[in-house]
Design a protein around this ligand. Structure first.
Ligand SMILES: Cc1ncc(COP(=O)(O)O)c(C=O)c1O
Length: 413
């Protein structure tokens, strides 16, 4: 049994009082708070061995090299990658997706498939790749409740399809896509699958071998890790076959100079994608975050969030003035809810009221998901409001949030 009140104590930011009152943080789908275990691991690097990994033979260099290599192994375990070399450190999930989109090999004339539910980071890199190489781009439309019809995928993925880019868990509807089924169809027809796991990895056990996915983009800052850190998982043979994106220091095993010609020999993955001095503290923090979540237990985290979101959905669905997006079936979604309140002009008014009157921090806007907002007939300027729950939230937070929404409706009706 997890003691969720003890978990809360790991997060120093929860001790903040604003205007003398405690806060409720419900914006974890954007940025998760950081536990002291992550902060301590990063501080230890900065305070004890703040050196470069893989280059210097001195003591600090050796300690940094060991910590950096160890961090990759620990993160590989977190997603059950077959080998650590399949995990490339990036700055965020967006960079991970861009590396795949710009560098993966695709046949001339092949088709790329994406969806109407993607975060812009999951669609735009592929829109641009299609434009660059004159490839066809097909959009599979999500149902209004954020789920997919598997028949649409069977129809869309044909033998001409080179790549499918799919948001595994939506940051708008919180719904989980049938990744394994889509991977099976895609592989049957010779296509590779890129999963946008930015919202999935923080909340579920990850197993890239079991899902069979070819690439996965992970956002470390959404899983209690440091900002400016992401991971690109890729099957080794695919990473090996890809073009490099950045060239320079740390990407080469040799650079000869013969007859006035510079002749580089490049390293295999992951180094070929990690040019220059890296974010060592970030990688160490990422591994600490992975260890932290695993120490709670990913299944426990899933269950905890489900219990919170069930109550949120039930109560919000009873309010006539609230329209929620995504299926009302809590078992098909993670702990976030996106909604509008008909009695206030825009979602920013909802977020402003909750912040100013109740110390509750939620997100408002279009959540980098313009196409789905247009599909739902929502003016992106007015946007939608999103409350997202994580390991440090409890029923008290849920109740404070629901009471605040009720008081907003009363004040605005
Ligand atoms: C579903 C989804 N994909 C991709 C991203 C982009 O992640 P990052 O900020 O790590 O680039 C986000 C961020 O909100 C997201 O929610």
């Amino acid at each position: 049994m997890v003691d969720w009140e003890l978990v809360r104590q790991d997060f120093p930011a929860l001790n903040r009082r604003i205007n003398g009152r405690p806060i409720v943080y419900l914006d974890s789908a954007c940025m998760a708070m950081k536990p002291k275990q992550v902060i301590d691991a990063m501080n230890e690097y900065y305070e004890q061995y703040p050196a470069c990994a893989g280059r210097s033979v001195h003591r600090f260099g050796e300690e940094a090299s060991n910590a950096y290599a160890g961090a990759r192994k620990r993160f590989a375990r977190f997603i059950n990658a077959a080998q650590p070399e399949e995990c490339v450190w990036t700055r965020n999930a967006t960079e991970s997706l861009n590396i795949v989109a710009s560098s993966v090999k695709l046949d001339k004339g092949s088709k790329i498939i994406t969806t109407s539910l993607e975060h812009h980071s999951g669609s735009l890199p592929f829109v641009e790749r299609a434009r660059r190489d004159g490839l066809k781009l097909h959009v599979v439309e999500a149902r209004p409740d954020g789920t997919f019809d598997i028949e649409d995928w069977k129809e869309a993925i044909d033998s001409n399809t080179g790549l499918v880019s799919l948001v595994h868990c939506s940051n708008v509807t919180g719904t989980i896509a049938p990744l394994e089924a889509i991977v099976e169809i895609a592989h049957d027809r010779g296509a590779i699958v890129v999963a946008d796991d930015a919202q999935y990895a923080p909340h579920h056990p990850m197993d890239v071998q079991d899902s069979g996915v070819d690439f996965s983009a992970i956002s470390v800052h959404k899983m209690c890790g440091p900002t400016g850190m992401g991971v690109l998982y890729g099957r080794l043979e695919l990473l090996e076959s890809m073009q490099m994106c950045l060239y320079g220091g740390d990407t080469v095993s040799d650079v000869r100079y013969e007859d006035g010609v510079i002749l580089p020999e490049y390293l295999p993955p992951p180094e070929k994608f990690e040019a220059g001095l890296q974010n060592y503290a970030g990688a160490i923090g990422a591994a600490a975050a992975a260890d932290y979540l695993q120490s709670i237990g990913m299944h426990e985290i899933e269950k905890h969030e489900k219990s919170l979101i069930e109550r949120v959905l039930k109560r919000l669905l009873e309010m006539d003035e609230v329209r929620i997006f995504g299926t009302s079936d809590a078992s098909l979604r993670v702990g976030l809810v996106t909604f509008v309140v008909s009695t206030v002009p825009s979602a920013h008014d909802v977020a402003g009221f909750l912040n100013d009157e109740h110390n509750i921090m939620i997100r408002s806007g279009w959540h980098c998901a313009g196409p789905f907002h247009y599909q739902m007939g929502i003016d992106p300027k007015k946007g939608t409001a999103r409350a997202s729950f994580y390991v440090y939230n409890n029923m008290d937070d849920v109740d404070r949030f629901l009471e605040a929404i009720e008081s907003l409706i009363k004040a605005s009706s």
